[in-house]
Design a protein around this ligand. Structure first.
Ligand code: ZN
Length: 85
C-alpha cells in the first residue's frame, strides 16, 4: 500500500538553510493513480530560499532527523593509483 505523506526537515546543500517538506516513502501505482508531476513532487524538494532542488534519493537522514546530502566526512579516494608498466 502507499505510505502516507511524511513531513521531513531538509538542509539545503546549496545555501545550508533548513526547511520543511514532505515526501512519500513508497507509492503503489497499482492502487493509486498518480501522475508524473505528482511523483516528481513527492520525490524531490525545492529550497524556498535559493530554489535548489534535491532528489530525496540523494539525501541521508542524520542523527537529528534532518535530511541532507551525505557530506562524506571520510572523503572518498577516487584517485586510483595504478602502476602501469
Ligand atoms: Zn537553498
Amino acid at each position: 500500500m502507499t505510505s502516507p505523506v511524511r513531513e521531513i526537515e531538509i538542509r539545503c546543500p546549496d545555501c545550508n538553510s533548513y526547511y520543511q517538506d514532505w515526501f512519500r516513502p513508497s507509492v503503489n501505482l497499482n492502487l493509486d493513480d498518480f501522475d508524473d508531476d505528482y511523483l516528481e513532487e513527492a520525490s524531490t524538494s525545492t529550497c524556498p530560499r535559493c530554489g535548489f532542488r534535491v532528489d530525496h534519493a540523494m539525501l541521508v537522514v542524520n542523527r537529528s532527523g534532518v535530511w541532507c546530502l551525505d557530506d562524506g566526512m571520510e572523503g572518498e579516494d577516487e584517485d586510483a593509483d595504478f602502476d602501469d608498466d
